[in-house]
Structure formats: structure tokens, C-alpha cells
Ligand binder design. Structure first.
Ligand code: C2E
Ligand code: CA
Ligand code: CA
Length: 723
């Protein structure tokens, strides 16, 4: 007869394999044939020894054993069966009916006991019952085993998931969480059981996380995915980003939910979710984002972010009818340092410069690196030009102090162009471009300073070219005129000096002012020839007046930085004075502070040579450039010209008025002459007189005028002196 595979349970008990063991051959035969008649598969063993050897070699479902057998008795055979075939059931068939023998047999593992001599029907019923029970036990064990396997498989699947898998109850408390949470966040999954999921949410994301679960629109088919940070525990690592997908469980998506919930008293699983660690992706995204909008060297916003913010600021300024300022900053002398000390030092310098610039601005301002050594600065919502002016000065001052790069001490400066919204433009491009143009004018006029954009600064290339051509012609055709503005002693109203101010009698465009053509003259270096003509004309003219009885009359001339920086500046100037026969003592040259600071050593040498010849030196526009006054002690300076903006402030009663007080006090302390520029009103004159500032220049006494007009004034003055 062919047998079932060894471990498959025997469900049809008639197919059971039965071992029958007895030392009485007669009895053995009758029992075996009775069972065979019933269709069982019977193996007979004559005595205990034979039974043991058969148990060792064949598989049985049941053994029917006599207890009393010579050599090996039934108990010994039972012990052997338990060792080699634990699944084989045992029924004892014995003449032994003492209570102790029966109970010993049952305790040793026998399922039942049949007393000899047996009634065949009773015996078969007992046998059937034993086999039936055994097959039930087997079936149960088998189901149990399959369950365990399946559970192990699912546990493996859930715990090996790269994601955190969890279930929450209706109030958001964990009722299941896989072990992934340990390796990802450092929590023990069991310890979280029963805790609210808020427990592991980063504090910034608690509200968002809680809100997502309350959204009634999420279902298993339409789950909600949110990105939140989860807190790590135990390690120093920063919180990590997770993409959480969750949905409510219902009977449809999980029919056994009710059953599961019945087994976990108190908490019912209401939500299923997974959490995927997306930290690396987020970090990569953040870096790419940062990189797209920042300069990596200085970590400042880049051009893209700057224009973004500027656009926003323009919209806001338009809506609120406010001003805003855009500054274009370009470092002076950076290229030289970069070229001589190398790029690594150049980089260090840019970082150090950034730090100082950042120290000057407020929270809402945007400083950006525009490229190379160019920066832009957005000041949203400022009140007036003076606010912008103040910041520009602060920036210039901040950069002025030396930078320590390793063992090198270097000096840089910064030229700043300022474009104000809405005067200098109402669009992003206009504002940036015009700030840039204004910056170029600063560069052209000696660097290390700031200027506000004005319309006259932007002449397009075509106009520039024609203007440049015209200007060259002007020099050849003597179209330049020198106008003279009186510098007056406020005590007696006498003209003590004349400032020569150039005008251009353009053949088609009429009389042009310096602002229309000087920037271009400086950029094209035509300023050198222009200055020579102005100086020659002025010297000739003023010399006439000096010889004509105004022997102390001073001629003040403006010098461009381009001129002063020229290596043969002193030589050229002295030669010209000699050519014209002009007394050096009657000449005053006006230069700005920035010209001096650009190259302190060279300039001071040149000024000293001139001063030794008797030429006087005035600082023009004093107070607008460097506020550092140290150099004044060391240079042969004679006069400070207080800038017009401070004089104008007197009229307006602004804070800047007190700057005039300070400048005048300081000039007195240093025993310097002082001339106030731009005096237009009685009030200003009275205020300046009160301070002890007695030389003034301005529309109050008259604008710059042609020589003939000045001649009449001088004549009139001489006449008055005679009477
Ligand atoms: P600056 O040296 O500060 O000259 C003073 C400017 O203020 C002159 O303008 C003058 O006309 C103007 N001004 C004088 N009094 C008053 C007043 O009471 N109120 C007002 N609002 N303005 C007044 P200008 O002639 O247009 O010259 C502008 C600038 O051009 C000068 O500023 C000077 O830096 C430069 N400049 C003029 N001529 C020459 C020149 O021959 N050579 C050089 N290198 N620069 C020159
Ligand atoms: Ca001047
Ligand atoms: Ca001036």
C-alpha cells in the first residue's frame, strides 16, 4: 500500500498506519487481522524489542502496545516511541488492570487503555476516537505552524520596510509601529506604543501634522501625504525630514480591523501610515536652492535673489508711496590685490568685506554679491536721500580700515552709486542700471565715494560718441569759457577770491554746465587738456585783475583726480604758472578728500612741493567723503570748503546743520581757513557769521559769471574803497 507523505496529517482515519505489539503470537495475529479487516494498515511486532526496531525504521500514526512483554516491556517501548516518533499516538492493550499500571501508562503518554480480553467493537471505537483526536491535534498544530510562519513573514516584510510603518488610534496615539523607527530615529518601538504621534514631531510641524489627520477628505484611495520633520533621539543628529502618507482604516480596506481592535483593549487602530525618510533629498534640494540664490563664497544672496527681492520691494514702495534705494558697490583697488596676492587672498578679502558691509545694514535690507568685486544693496522703505547718504557713508567708512590678510595689511575702498525709487527709475532694470551708472561716475571722479544718480549721467553710447567728438572740437576751437564765482568776506562784503568754473559754449546746444560734460571728459582723459585751457584762461584773466590793483585776489581752481594722479602733475602745473607769469601765492587749488585718500603718500608729496612754492590747498566738498580727519594734521592744507549740503541744512533746520558747527570749530582748532559754499539766504549767512565763518560763496553774493561781469564788480569795489 502506498503511503501519504510523512508529515501530512491523516484525515481519513482508516488509512492510519498502526503498529501492534504483543509477545503472544496468537493474540497478535487476531488483533492484526481484526484491524486489517477494518482497512487499517497494520504492522505486527512480536514483543517489545521487535516493536522498538520497527518504530525506528517505519512511520506510524498509532501504536497498540501490550504492557507486559519480556525483554522490553510496554513502558520501555513507549519511551522509545516518544523519542523517535513523538507524533505517534499510543493505546495500551493489556491484561494488567491495576490502577497504578493504568495511571502510569496514561502519564507516560498513552492516549487510552483497553483491557484484555477486549470486545472487538469497543476496541475499534476506542481506536477510532484516538485516531480522530490525534488528527484534530495534528490539524491544529499545522494551522498554528502556518499562522506562525505567515506572521513571521509579515513581521519580516513590515520590519524590513525602508519606511516606518505605523498605526494610530482615533486620538493619534501609536498602536503599532515597526522597528524601523529604531534605526532611523533612535526610538524603541515598544516604548512609543500608546504615545501620541506628536511626541516625535518636530515642534515646528506639530500643528501641520495634527491638522492633516483631521482632514475628513482623506481615505485609503485618496491618502494624504505631508512632509514633516521628526525628532531624533539619543544622538546629536539633527531632526530628519519624512514624507508621511496616512489614511483612515475602515472595514473595507482592512476587514479584520474589528478583530484586531477587539484584542487591543482601549485603543482601536484608526489610521494606517508610512513615513519615508527624505532628509537626503531635502538637503540636496535645500543646497541646490541655496546655490541657485546665493553666492557660495560670501553666502550672500546672488543676482537672481536680489532682483527677486527688488521686484517685491518696488511693488511695495509703489503701493505705499514710499521711496527705496538701490546701491551699486564696486571695490576700489581689489583687482590689484587679487593680482598681486593671489586669488585665495582675494577670496578672503571678499569675505572680510562682506562681513563689514553686513555690519552696516539693517535686517530688512538685502546685500548681494553681483559678481566679481561688485555688490548691490537694496534699502526698502527709506524716507529720503539723506537716509541713503548716511548708509553710504557708513559703508565707505567700514571698508576704509585696513584688512589683515594673513601677514598682509591691505587697503581697499568702495565706490557707491545710488539710485532712488522713483526719481532714478521705477523698474528693476532702470534702478540697477542707473545705480551702476552713478557708480561709474564715482570711479571716474576719484573713487571711494558715493553719488546719487541724476539724469545727466546717462547718455547713451551714440550721444557719448558725438559728445566726445564735440568736446575734442571744443578744445581745438576754444569753446570753453571760464566763469568766476566770487568768494566774499562776510565781514565787509569784499571779494577775496574767485572760483573758476568751466562752461562750454556749445555751437548748437548753447551754454553747457560741468555736469553735462565733465564726467565724459574725465573718462576720456580729455580733462587734462580741458584743465590746461581753463587754468591758462583763468590765470591770464585773474592776473590782469591782480595787476589792476587787486593784488591779494585769489584764484581758486578745481582739479580733477585724473590730473592730480598724473605723475607729472606738479611739473605741469608749475610750468603753466610760469608761462602765464601767475604768482603762485595767489593760486588756490581745490581737491576732494577722496583724491587724497586714494594715494595718500604720493599726493602728500605732491601737495608739499606745491605748498612750498606758495600755492594754497583747499579741500572741496568737505564733510562728504572721508570723515577721518587724521590726514589733516599731516598735510599742508590751508582751507576747508564746507559742502553745500550742510549749508542747505541750515535753512531747513535739519540735524546736518550741526555738522557745520563741528566743521567750523574744527577748522578753527586746526587754524585753517574756512569757506562756506552754496550760501543763498540771509538766514544762512547770519548763522555762519554767528559761528565765526567769514568767507562765503554762493548765490547770495552771486553765481559764477563771465569775466566782464566780474570785472565790473571788482571795479565797483575799488571805487568804493577809494571813497
Ligand atoms: P564745486 O567745485 O563744488 O563748485 C560749486 C558748484 O556749486 C558750482 O557748480 C556752482 O555754480 C554751484 N553753486 C555756487 N553757489 C551756489 C549756490 O548758492 N547754490 C547752488 N545750488 N549752487 C551753487 P558748477 O559750476 O556747475 O560746477 C559743478 C562742479 O564741477 C564743481 O563743483 C566742480 O567740482 C566741477 N568743476 C567746475 N569747473 C571745473 C573745472 O574747471 N575743472 C574741474 N576739474 N572741475 C570743475
Ligand atoms: Ca570747487
Ligand atoms: Ca564744492
Amino acid at each position: 500500500m502506498t503511503r501519504e507523505p510523512i508529515h501530512s496529517p491523516v484525515t481519513d482515519t482508516t488509512l492510519a498506519r498502526i503498529l501492534v505489539a504483543d509477545d503472544d503470537p496468537r493474540l497478535l495475529k487476531s488483533l492484526a487481522s481484526l484491524l486489517e479487516q477494518q482497512g487499517y494498515c497494520v504492522t505486527s511486532a512480536l514483543g517489545g524489542k521487535d516493536a522498538c526496531s520497527k518504530l525506528s525504521t517505519q512511520i506510524f500514526d498509532l501504536a497498540m502496545l501490550d504492557l507486559k512483554m519480556p525483554e522490553l516491556d510496554g513502558f520501555e517501548v513507549m519511551a522509545h516511541a516518544a523519542a523517535v516518533q513523538p507524533k505517534c499516538g499510543v493505546i495500551v492493550v493489556s491484561g494488567e488492570s491495576s490502577f497504578s499500571a493504568v495511571s502510569r501508562a496514561l502519564r507516560s503518554g498513552a492516549q487510552d487503555y483497553i483491557k484484555k480480553p477486549f470486545d472487538p467493537d469497543e476496541m475499534l471505537t476506542t481506536l477510532e476516537a484516538a485516531l480522530g483526536k490525534q488528527s484534530l491535534v495534528r490539524a491544529h498544530a499545522d494551522v498554528q505552524q502556518r499562522l506562525e510562519k505567515s506572521e513571521a513573514l509579515h513581521r519580516y516584510i513590515v520590519n524590513s520596510s525602508p519606511d516606518i510603518v505605523f498605526m494610530l488610534d482615533g486620538r493619534g496615539r501609536f498602536c503599532f509601529i515597526n522597528s524601523k523607527i529604531e534605526s532611523l530615529l533612535g526610538y524603541d518601538s515598544e516604548e512609543l506604543d500608546g504615545k501620541h504621534f506628536r511626541h516625535i514631531l518636530d515642534e515646528h510641524d506639530v500643528a501641520r501634522g495634527s491638522y492633516a489627520l483631521r482632514d475628513p477628505s482623506i481615505t485609503a484611495e485618496n491618502p494624504r501625504t505631508i512632509e514633516v520633520r521628526l525628532k531624533t533621539r539619543g544622538s546629536q543628529k539633527a531632526n530628519r525630514y519624512f514624507e508621511i502618507t496616512a489614511f483612515p482604516v475602515d472595514n473595507e480596506s482592512w476587514p479584520l480591523a474589528a478583530d484586531f481592535n477587539a484584542r487591543t483593549p482601549g485603543r482601536k487602530a484608526r489610521f494606517y501610515g508610512t513615513a519615508r525618510d527624505v532628509t537626503e533629498r531635502k538637503e540636496a534640494e535645500a543646497f541646490i536652492n541655496f546655490q541657485a540664490y546665493h553666492d557660495l563664497l560670501t553666502r550672500l544672496p546672488n543676482r537672481a535673489l536680489f532682483t527677486d527681492r527688488l521686484n517685491l520691494a518696488i511693488t511695495q514702495a509703489r503701493r505705499n508711496k514710499q521711496k527705496l534705494a538701490v546701491m551699486f558697490l564696486d571695490l576700489d583697488r581689489f583687482k590689484v590685490i587679487n593680482d598681486t596676492l593671489g586669488h585665495a587672498m582675494g577670496d578672503l578679502l571678499l569675505q572680510a568685506v562682506t562681513q563689514r558691509l553686513e555690519g552696516c545694514i539693517r535686517k530688512g535690507d538685502t546685500l548681494s554679491r553681483f559678481g566679481g568685486d561688485e555688490f548691490t544693496l537694496l534699502l526698502p522703505a527709506i524716507n529720503n536721500n539723506d537716509d541713503a547718504r548716511r548708509i553710504a557713508k557708513k559703508l565707505i567708512d567700514a571698508i576704509k580700515a585696513p584688512f589683515q590678510l594673513g601677514e598682509h595689511e591691505v587697503f581697499v575702498g568702495v565706490s557707491i552709486g545710488i539710485a532712488m525709487y522713483p526719481e532714478a527709475g521705477t523698474s528693476l532694470d532702470q534702478l540697477i542700471q542707473n545705480a551702476d551708472i552713478a557708480m561709474y561716475h564715482v570711479k571716474a571722479q576719484g573713487k571711494d565715494s558715493y553719488r546719487f544718480y541724476s539724469e545727466s549721467m546717462s547718455i547713451d553710447t551714440a550721444n557719448r560718441l558725438s559728445l566726445e567728438r564735440d568736446l575734442r572740437q571744443a578744445l581745438e576751437n576754444n569753446e570753453l569759457r571760464v566763469y568766476y564765482q566770487p568768494q566774499v568776506c562776510a565781514k565787509n562784503g569784499r571779494i577775496v577770491g574767485l572760483e573758476a568754473l568751466v562752461r562750454w559754449q556749445h555751437p548748437e546746444r548753447g551754454l553747457l554746465y560741468p555736469r553735462d560734460f565733465l564726467p565724459l571728459a574725465e573718462e576720456t582723459k580729455l580733462i587734462v587738456g580741458l584743465s590746461e585751457q581753463v587754468l591758462a584762461q583763468a590765470c591770464r584773466q585773474v592776473n590782469e585783475w591782480i595787476l589792476d590793483g587787486n593784488k591779494d585776489l585769489r584764484l581758486a581752481v578745481n582739479l580733477s583726480p585724473v590730473q592730480v594722479e598724473h605723475p607729472r602733475f606738479v611739473e605741469n602745473l608749475v610750468r603753466q604758472l610760469k608761462n602765464e607769469g601767475f604768482p603762485a601765492g595767489n593760486l588756490e587749488i581745490e581737491i576732494t578728500e577722496n583724491v587724497i585718500m586714494n594715494d595718500l603718500e604720493q599726493i602728500s608729496q605732491k601737495l608739499r612741493e606745491l605748498a612750498d612754492l606758495g600755492v594754497r590747498i583747499a579741500i572741496d566738498d568737505f564733510g562728504t567723503g572721508y570723515s577721518s580727519l587724521n590726514y589733516l594734521h599731516h598735510l599742508p592744507i590751508h582751507t576747508l570748503k564746507v559742502d553745500q549740503s550742510f549749508v542747505r541744512a541750515i535753512r531747513n533746520g535739519e540735524d546736518d546743520a550741526c555738522i557745520v558747527d563741528a566743521i567750523v570749530a574744527m577748522a578753527h582748532g586746526l587754524k585753517l581757513d574756512i569757506i562756506a559754499e552754496g550760501v543763498e539766504t540771509d538766514a544762512q549767512l547770519a548763522y555762519l557769521r554767528g559761528l565765526g565763518c567769514h568767507q562765503v560763496q554762493g548765490f547770495f553774493y552771486g553765481p559764477a559769471q563771465p569775466a566782464e561781469a566780474i570785472a565790473r564788480m571788482l571795479d565797483w569795489q575799488q571805487l568804493k574803497a577809494m571813497v
